[in-house]
Design a protein around this ligand. Structure first.
Ligand code: PLP
Length: 368
C-alpha cells in the first residue's frame, strides 16, 4: 500500500498513516507523553534500538509524530525525516550538528536565519561566512577554509533568486562540505533538492506544508546517518512539535499538492499583471520569462511557486501605502497559506538586520 514510487499526491494522503485498530483512515492524535511496556525486555528493545516503538514524546517516539515523519520523508524522497517545533528550531539543530566546522551561506535568506548565522552561532565559536549569488565564482576558494556545511535557500526570501543545486552540490562535495537547502519557498511539490544531489533539506513547515496559518513547525529530511546526530540535539534541546501540531500538519500535507499547484497558477497570473503596471519598477517571479533565474528554475523546479516580489516605483513610504490599500491581502509576515498575505520585509522578516546587511540582501524589495 505505502510505496515510495507512488505519485506525490498519493503519498501526501496515504504515506505514514498507521493501521488504526478503530478503523480511522488517518493517524489519530496521541497526546500521550509516556508509553507503557508489557515487560522490561520490551522496553529495552525500544530503548536499545532493536525494535521501532513508542517511548517518550519528547524523543519523537509517539505515533502521531512518527507517522508525520514518515510522510515528510516520503515527500522529499528521503530515507528519514525529523519534525521540529518551528523552522528555526530545525535550522538551529541542523547548524549545531553539522555546522561546527564552519557554515557558508549563499545568497539572501530569511532574516532569523541571517541573525542566527551572523551573530548567534559565531558567539558560540562556530565560524560562518556569506557570499551573494553574484559572487559564486569565489565559492571554491571560500570552501578551502573552515566550511563543513553549505546552506542556501532557493528560491530565496525575498528576492526569489534561484541557485543551481546540482552545480553547487558538486563543488561542495568535491571540497568535503555537506549541502543543506531550505526548501520552504519551493515546497516538495515544486522542487526536490535531494534528487538533485543535496544532502539535507530543511523546511519551515509553518509555511506551505502547514498551509493554513495555524501551525508552527519545522522539518529536516535526509539520510539516517546525517539525521541521527541531529536527533540527539533535538531530544536534549526539547524541540519536538506537540502531537496535536504533528496531527494538524499531517492533515495539511494531504492537500499539499492541490494547494501548491493552485498557488503556482495564481502567483504567475498576478506577476504578469504587476509586470505591466506603470507604478511597478521590478517584478521578481521565477515563472516570468524575463526573470534572471527563469531558465534555471524551469530546469530544476516542477513549478515556480506562490510567492512574488514587487519593487514599487517610489520610496519605502510609498510602498507602505500600497500595502495598506490592498483589499484582499492581509498584512502579515508569512507565506504559503491559503489566504493571500503581503509583507514589506524591511518591516518584518528583515527588520532586525543592520543597514549594511539589509543593502546586501536587497531586503527593501517588497514581497506580495
Ligand atoms: N526559512 C524560511 C525561508 C522562512 O521564510 C522562515 C520564516 O519565515 C523560516 C525559515 C523560519 O521558520 P519558522 O518561522 O517556522 O521558525
Amino acid at each position: 500500500m505505502q510505496k515510495r514510487n507512488q505519485g506525490l499526491s498519493t503519498r501526501c494522503v496515504h504515506f505514514g498513516e498507521i493501521d488504526d485498530p478503530q478503523g480511522s483512515p488517518h493517524t489519530p492524535v496521541y497526546t500521550t507523553t509516556t508509553f507503557a511496556f508489557a515487560s522490561t525486555a520490551d522496553l529495552l528493545d525500544v530503548v536499545e534500538g532493536r525494535c521501532d516503538g513508542n517511548f517518550y514524546t519528547r524523543y519523537g517516539l509517539n505515533p502521531s509524530i512518527r507517522s508525520l515523519e514518515a510522510k515528510l520523508a516520503s515527500l522529499e524522497g528521503a530515507e528519514t525525516a525529523l519534525a521540529f517545533s518551528s523552522g528555526m528550531a530545525a535550522e538551529s539543530a541542523l547548524f549545531l550538528t553539522h555546522g561546527r566546522k564552519g557554515i557558508l551561506c549563499i545568497g539572501d535568506a530569511y532574516g532569523g536565519t541571517l541573525e542566527l548565522l551572523a551573530d548567534q552561532l559565531p558567539s558560540l565559536g562556530i565560524p560562518t561566512k556569506f557570499i551573494l549569488g553574484n559572487e559564486l565564482d569565489c565559492l571554491e576558494a571560500m570552501l578551502q577554509q573552515n566550511v563543513g556545511l553549505v546552506f542556501f535557500e532557493t528560491p530565496t526570501n525575498p528576492t526569489l533568486e534561484i541557485f543551481d543545486i546540482c552545480r553547487i552540490t558538486e563543488i561542495a562535495h568535491a571540497n568535503n562540505a555537506l549541502v543543506a537547502i531550505d526548501n520552504t519557498f519551493a515546497s516538495p511539490v515544486n522542487q526536490q533538492p535531494l534528487a538533485l544531489g543535496a544532502d539535507l533539506v530543511v523546511h519551515s513547515a509553518t509555511k506551505y506544508l502547514g498551509g493554513h496559518s495555524d501551525i508552527t513547525a519545522g522539518a529536516i529530511m535526509g539520510s539516517s546517518s546525517l539525521l541521527n546526530p541531529i536527533l540527539e540535539w533535538r531530544i536534549n534541546l526539547g524541540q519536538i512539535p506537540s502531537p496535536e501540531t504533528a496531527t494538524l500538519l499531517s492533515r495539511s500535507l494531504r492537500t499539499l499538492v492541490v494547494r501548491v499547484q493552485h498557488q503556482n497558477e495564481s502567483a504567475l497570473k498576478i506577476a504578469k499583471v504587476m509586470q505591466a503596471h506603470p507604478q511597478v519598477a521590478r517584478v521578481f517571479h521565477p515563472g516570468l520569462t524575463e526573470f534572471s533565474g527563469h531558465r534555471l528554475a524551469a530546469e530544476q523546479m516542477f513549478g515556480f511557486g506562490g510567492m512574488l516580489t514587487i519593487e514599487v516605483n517610489g520610496t519605502g513610504k510609498d510602498t507602505s501605502r500600497v500595502v495598506d490599500r490592498l483589499k484582499l491581502f492581509a498584512i502579515a509576515p508569512s507565506l504559503g497559506s491559503v489566504e493571500s498575505l503581503v509583507t514589506q520585509p524591511v518591516t518584518t522578516t528583515h527588520h532586525g538586520l543592520t543597514p549594511e546587511e539589509r543593502s546586501r540582501v536587497d531586503a527593501e524589495s517588497q514581497t506580495v
